[in-house]
Write a protein that binds this ligand. Structure first.
Ligand code: ISE
Length: 336
């Protein structure tokens, strides 16, 4: 089967990471096009994809006949305008999370996909491909330790870029836990409640964090999420599951431990790009394999919408500190 010819839209850190991944570590695909308005960024990206052609917009890339699939890695606010022409062309697409910034736009994307009658959008919730989360999900569904009672999640970033605003704590960062809690429990999230923890004075002034987010599932599990983007020391995503008969934890660093001068120290990640490198690889390879046979290989646009709906509740709670219920529209038959 010929290589899947991929167009990467948006070549910031994530888009460039995906270009390198596809061209050097994945099998069965090659980056043949990029869409990036920033000329400096585009030039950098093209160094990693020498065979690719640069286009001003996605419609031109589609019209060129040079692409079979698209990978959307622009900021979330641009996802809808990029996704709609891709859906209209019927091309398989991997769209980074969050699928869109709000519920109406998420529903428009879902509606467009449903109109085409086929699932073609895979949403980039790469944690579903992380070994630890997969193992934990199996343990939860096996009931080996009895019923799952609670989840404690810590999501810590050393720092965040200048364009990261306060609402991104929920929309960009906690959106991962919003998806993974449903993946782990198999139960929809019914509410979100945000509490401000004591503010870290090292956080940029525009950010009021760390925060504690409580996500409650229909099955009665409460997940606590410490969302912290100014921890300075490194990048850490840890999840502890409390069962009737035991406790499990995933995500501690498995980096090298060194004993020296009466101390031991273990290497820690400083970026999600390395912490989840393997998960990203497995996610993108799964997408490529599925796209080549006209399928998707991971979370759907419906999963994308469900997460945006909880983000919406979380954003409301971020303003008031009150518990806000998550509400959903009926699921289209395409996603059954
Ligand atoms: C970033 O966009 C990600 O997706 C990372 O996984 C997350 O840890 C980080 O907080 C987000 O800003």
């Amino acid at each position: 089967m010929p290589d899947l010819r991929v167009c990467v839209i948006g070549t910031g850190a994530m888009g460039t990471d995906h270009i390198i991944r596809i061209n050097t570590r994945m099998s069965g695909a090659i980056v043949t096009a990029i869409v990036e308005p920033d000329t400096k960024r585009a030039a950098e990206a093209l160094k990693c994809a020498p065979d690719a052609k640069q286009f001003a917009n996605i419609s031109d890339a589609i019209a060129s006949g040079l692409i079979d699939a698209a990978l959307v890695a622009t900021p979330g606010t641009f996802h809808e305008e990029v996704l709609l022409p891709i859906i209209a062309a019927g091309l398989p697409v991997l769209c980074e999370k969050p699928m869109t910034p709000d519920v109406p736009s998420a529903l428009r994307v879902v509606e467009a996909e449903v109109g085409g009658g086929k699932k073609i959008i895979q949403v980039g919730f790469m944690r579903r491909f992380d070994e630890g989360y997969i193992e934990l999900q199996k343990q939860i569904s096996s009931s080996a330790l009895g019923e799952l009672l609670a989840l404690h999640c810590a999501h810590r970033n050393p720092s965040v870029p200048d364009w990261y605003g306060n609402e991104m704590l929920i929309a960009d960062s906690v959106s991962h836990e919003i998806d993974i809690v449903r993946f782990l429990t198999g139960s929809p999230i019914i509410s979100a409640e945000v509490k401000q923890l004591k503010r870290n004075k090292l956080a940029p002034e525009r950010l009021n964090e760390p925060i504690l987010v409580l996500l409650e599932t229909e099955s009665g599990v409460i997940a606590t999420v410490e969302m912290n983007v100014s921890v300075q020391f490194g990048y850490q995503v840890i999840t502890e599951a409390v069962f009737q008969k035991g406790v499990s934890e995933i995500g501690r660093s498995n980096g090298m431990t060194t004993w020296e001068s009466g101390r031991s120290s273990t290497a820690e990640h400083i970026s999600y790009l390395t912490r989840f490198a393997r998960a990203y690889d497995d996610e993108i390879q799964s997408w490529i394999n599925a796209a080549k046979i006209g399928q998707i290989g991971g979370p759907t646009a419906w999963d994308g919408y469900l997460s945006v709906a909880v983000v919406d509740a979380g954003l409301k709670s971020l303003k008031t500190g009150e518990r806000v219920s998550a509400t959903y529209v009926a699921k289209p038959a395409l996603y059954n």
